[in-house]
Structures are given as C-alpha cells and as structure tokens.
Design a protein around this ligand. Structure first.
Ligand code: SAH
Ligand code: SF4
Length: 364
C-alpha cells in the first residue's frame, strides 16, 4: 500500500527533495498544493516538473478516505460515515449554525474523529461501547475536513474534535494535524476556530499547552466527584479530578483561552445541589463556561448495570440546573443535540451500519 503524502513529516519531505536533487522550495510547493489548494492528484500540481510528479505518483497517494454514507438531518446537520483503507469506519458531523433571522449560515462546524472506536470506554458513549479499533493517521484526520468541504462545496469555519475517539490518546497525529490546519501558509483555520474535546488526560493537556499554536480546550467533565467519574469514565483512574484541574489551570495560564466544560445531565445522578456547588467551584478556578448537554440515549446497546443508571434529564431539569449555575455567576448554555433523527451522536451511525463486537439489544 502506498504511503499517504499527508503522513510524510516536513523534515522527511525535505530529505526526499534533497535526495532527488530538487531545490528546497519544492517541499513547500508540494505541501501548499495538498493542504492549501487541496489537490487530489499529483498531475494537478502544475508548478512541479514532470519527472517529480511521476515520482510522487509512483510512491505516494493523496487521498485514502472514502465517503460511505451521507445522512441529512431535518435540523440541517449532515452525518458522514467514512471507510478507511483497512475497512474500519469513522464518522464526522457537519453542523450549520444560523443567525437570528435563520436565513444565513453564520458558522459551519465539522465534528471530526481522531480514532476508529475509542479506547476509553465511557459508559454513556456509543463509541466507547464499540471498543478501540485504531488511531487515525494525520491524513485520515485532515481528509474528513477536505472531503466534506469538497462534497458540500463549502468552506468550513470551525473544527471540533468531538467525533469518535479520545484525541489526546492519539496525541502525536492529532497535534501534527492541528499544526497543518493552523499553519498560516495554508490559510485553513485559526487556532481559535478549533476545539479539542477530551475526557481528561492531564499530562497530555499540559503538553498541548506547550505546542506552537494551542487550540481551544473542552473538558468532558460530566461528574464532579472521583467516585462517579472512576465508575463511568475510566480515564479518571489514571487522571483523577485534582490532576485534571491542575492541568486545566496550566493550560489556561499558558494559552489565556477560556475553558469549556461539557456536562451531560443525568437525571438523579449528577444533578443535585451538591453537584452544582462542586461544579461552580471547578468552573470558577479559571475563566470558563459550562455546556449542559442532553444525554443521547444509547439503550439500543446491551446495557451494563452502570449504564442502566444513566437516565435522560427532562428539559425542565436541565433548565433548573442551568438556572442554579447562572445564579452562581457561571455562564452556562444548553447545547442542543444535533441530528438526533440521523443517529448523529458519536458512534451511533457506525453501530447501526456494522455488526461490531457490541451486542445490539433485540427489539421485542
Ligand atoms: N473523547 C473526547 C471527544 C469525543 S466525545 C471526549 O470524550 O471529550 C465528544 C462529546 O460527546 C463528549 O463531551 C462526550 O462526553 C459526549 N458524548 C458521548 N456520548 C454521549 C451521549 N450518549 N450523549 C451525549 N453526549 C455524549
Ligand atoms: Fe471515548 Fe469520548 Fe466516548 Fe469517552 S466519551 S468513550 S473518551 S469518545
């Protein structure tokens, strides 16, 4: 199988050009053609000599993802299911945000995956229930964006790492993809238009703070005690809340970008006044806001004892909780779930399209 040119690191491409007796500027010509102009074949790169194009064509491929299914939701969001070259599947969700008049689109966000499946295994998450297939390569991360733009003939404005997988456990490839996406030479995205969502890997958050162009950080907090987090989000066993909060503080101090906390409200589990108190304390530590997310039911998957306890909160319960946060001066917004009619929640479409290792509950 040919290597994807997007996975060739800058220094390696420079070395290849030296070995081919090509001038140094060829490296940037090739990278610009691929990342800025999004060429899909080497033949299209008109400023390269023919022998170099032929060499690249022989040695490398440019595109490795394939769109398998596209599903459009009534709310305008569009879910893309991609197949990887080894047959594994990943998902991206396109979300248009309209202005107040509902006439023109203000933002076009793509939610992208960093893994096929996920190695963390949170109890509430369909992707977690899929298990881990593998980390995505740099090319597979970038091509979700490029293929969706091409398919919809649009220019995306925002990227969120909130699809399948835990981005900080595929750290090197995710950071390399971010370096390319935010490289001013390619005019793709500013770092403020990219959000990385993590279940909370403390040491990697600290490392991310030291990168060239750190992006916005969202923490999937969901629970305010180690007891519940340990049970429902196993990442907490190696990154307990205290370590996570220290890392968040370091991230904020170094980047000066407010933090977003994601909080799925589960009725009767994380919605008490004590939770409000603890959440307020966490949210006040550095400038931040809280996104309250309605739980997307995953009861189509075989339930464990733990996941049976995860109950959807009503609109009223969500409003109550959000009001209590506001009373304490915490900026909180309730995030609508996009695409609930097209199984747009993380991992759901893949589950419905494949017979993966998860047991699907029989319909009775
Ligand atoms: N692994 C990263 C990013 C992918 S998950 C993370 O966990 O942050 C993206 C977001 O979807 C996370 O906030 C996650 O907690 C949330 N999520 C997962 N399953 C969900 C469900 N069934 N209902 C609502 N949100 C869910
Ligand atoms: Fe993985 Fe995030 Fe799902 Fe947890 S919520 S299993 S970290 S994708």
């Amino acid at each position: 199988m040919k290597k994807n040119i997007k996975n060739v690191e800058l220094e390696d491409l420079q070395n290849i050009m030296v070995s081919l007796n090509q001038p140094a500027y060829r490296t940037e010509q090739i990278r610009q053609a691929i990342f800025k102009f999004k060429r899909t074949s080497f033949a299209q790169i008109s400023n390269l000599p023919k022998n170099l194009k032929d060499y690249l064509e022989e040695q490398f491929e440019i595109t490795s993802l394939q769109i398998k299914t596209v599903r459009k939701s009534l709310d305008g969001s569009i879910k893309f299911l991609f197949s990887l070259e080894d047959g594994n599947l990943i998902e991206s969700v396109y979300m248009p945000w309209y202005d107040d008049t509902s006439e023109s689109i203000e933002r076009e966000t793509l939610c992208i995956s960093s893994m096929s499946g996920c190695s963390v295994g949170c109890e509430f998450c369909a992707t977690g229930k899929l298990g881990f297939k593998r980390n995505l390569q740099v090319s597979e991360i970038l091509e979700q964006i490029f293929l969706v733009e091409q398919h919809l003939n649009t220019k995306l404005t925002n990227i969120v790492f909130m699809g399948m997988g835990e981005p900080l456990l595929n750290y090197n490839n995710v950071v390399q993809a971010i370096e390319i996406l935010t490289d001013p030479n390619y005019e793709l995205f500013s770092r403020k238009k990219i959000t990385l969502s993590t279940a909370g890997v403390a040491n990697k958050i600290k490392q991310l703070a030291t990168t060239n162009r750190p992006v916005k950080l969202a923490i999937s907090l969901h629970f305010t005690t180690n007891i519940l987090r340990n049970q429902i989000m196993p990442i907490n066993l190696s990154s307990p809340l205290e370590d996570l909060m220290d890392a968040v503080e370091i991230y904020y101090k170094s980047t000066k970008m407010p933090i977003t906390y994601e909080y799925i409200l589960f009725a009767g589990l994380n919605d008490t006044d004590e939770d409000v108190k603890r959440l307020v304390k966490i949210a006040r530590r550095v400038p931040s806001r809280v996104n309250i997310i309605p739980f997307n039911d995953i009861s189509f998957i075989r339930q464990t004892n733990l996941s049976k306890d995860l109950k959807i909160a009503t609109k009223e319960q969500i409003k109550n909780f959000s009001d209590k946060l506001k009373e304490n001066g915490i900026v909180s917004i309730t995030r609508d779930s996009f695409g609930s009619d097209i199984e747009a929640a993380c991992g759901q479409l893949t589950l419905s399209e494949t017979k993966m290792s998860v047991k699907i509950k029989p319909i009775n």
